[in-house]
Ligand binder design. Sequence first.
Ligand SMILES: Cc1cc2nc3c(=O)[nH]c(=O)nc-3n(C[C@H](O)[C@H](O)[C@H](O)COP(=O)(O)OP(=O)(O)OC[C@H]3O[C@@H](n4cnc5c(N)ncnc54)[C@H](O)[C@@H]3O)c2cc1C
Length: 481
Amino acid sequence: MSNGTDYDVIVAGSGLAGSLAATTAARAGKNVLLLDRNPEPEVGKKTTWGWVCGDAVAGSHINFVQNRLKVKFGQPELDRRVDGVYAVSPDLKTRFLFDGLGYTLDRPEFEAKLLQLAKQAGATYMNDFEVTGPIIQENRVVGIRGKEGKKEEKEYRAKVVIDALGISTVIRRNLPENIFVERKIDIDDIESTGRYIYEFEKDHDDLNYYDPDNALIHLNNELAPGGYGWVFPKSGNKVNIGLGVQKKSLEIRNKKMGRTDNLQSLIDNYVKWNPVLKNTRVWNKNNNGKGNWSVPVRRQMESLVFDGYMGAGDSMVMPNPISAGGIGPALISGVLAGENAARAIDNNDTSVAGLWQYNLDFNEAYGNRTAGMEIFRIYLQSLNNDILNYGMRTFLTTKEASDITLGLVPELSLASKFRMVLKGARNISAFSNLVYVMGKMKTLNAVYASYPKSPKEFPEFKKTVVSNIEEAKEKFKPNPV
Ligand SMILES: Cc1cc2nc3c(=O)[nH]c(=O)nc-3n(C[C@H](O)[C@H](O)[C@H](O)COP(=O)(O)OP(=O)(O)OC[C@H]3O[C@@H](n4cnc5c(N)ncnc54)[C@H](O)[C@@H]3O)c2cc1C
């Protein structure tokens, strides 16, 4: 066991966020240790279930990495190009296109490529290392402890520890009590999700169920209470199909419908519900054909830094609150975390204040609209299928819906529609609630536009964010059926 500082930077977890953080910190000349519990051929595997994910990512997020790191991705890791993502209403009569060009990834291949970048940049990679928690000294993070080869107890110390352990992180959860980074999150902000990768035969053409050129999202609170189902095309005759649910919404839905469904039975029903995918066989390359895991769907941690500590990706609950897309923010935050760790070390200040610029950089690159989007998610979870059908048909244009998924707030046409609806349409309260939501999104976007420039102003900022979110949670309760 060591007591001095072994490394400049320790990156815990070599998933998407971790491998990129190690790459950028090492490229900036820092002495980096990248640790993960997986053996190298399984780099980026999240759990014993595999690399559980829908694997859809926006082209803009891939471009962010390509441009910043001057690298080029291609086949096989970018498995299939898609034109965009369609969100389809429960009655399949309305669809909104959003997100633009993107890809479905071959995740094991993509993760292997990112690890190569980290190694080429000079990071020391140690696999089969199970992190068990942070080392805390004088109320700051000074290293990590864990089991090498999963047996021998070891400690490593560094000027900065970057937590990229994903949603089950044992570092963030074991930080000292502090105002900057919360140790726990609300279970209602987590989606239980699962998916299959299948080979299939196409029974007939129906773009509502399978679209070779687009990712499909099925909003349907009976099939996927408090979440959605997805059918994402992969290369050849393969598809990634799965769904996510909010636990509370599932319980309410089961009780009201007299059912006892769980995540797995819902996934299996969803596959059967799809008339286009026939003769499905699990495509089990890398033993990755079937798996369940969790996704956080709230705003990222209000601060991503603490003394000696930074977080990136799912450990900081970064996935998009509406789409649950976490690949993009994991890639972006990984790049920025490594760069900022290196800068703070050069400045000889790895305290919260010294690491603060990372908060500002992530806020600007991605995070400044997620709190508003969380409000929209809370609202969506309060709508049953009837209102979803009606609302998607009447409340919003495709452009407005697409804006909302980017956290933008459509204003004027909504106001005019409100007047129209007041003239006698149904579901006035759902619509006026949507107008309330737009107002809250605007408020939170403005709050994040003035993200605190230093830790001193942070407590007031956090109080404002939390009180707005709590107000929305109080107003909109899950109500799936
Ligand atoms: C079913 C499902 C579908 C999804 N679909 C999509 C989608 O289509 N598009 C999208 O953008 N996002 C999707 N997501 C979210 C996305 O997969 C995550 O946001 C993304 O993987 C986050 O990357 P990460 O690097 O932060 O963490 P992870 O990918 O979780 O990587 C964490 C790494 O840390 C390692 N690790 C964890 N604990 C320890 C420990 N104690 N010691 C050592 N190593 C450890 C893990 O083995 C892993 O290598 C989905 C998630 C799920 C579960």
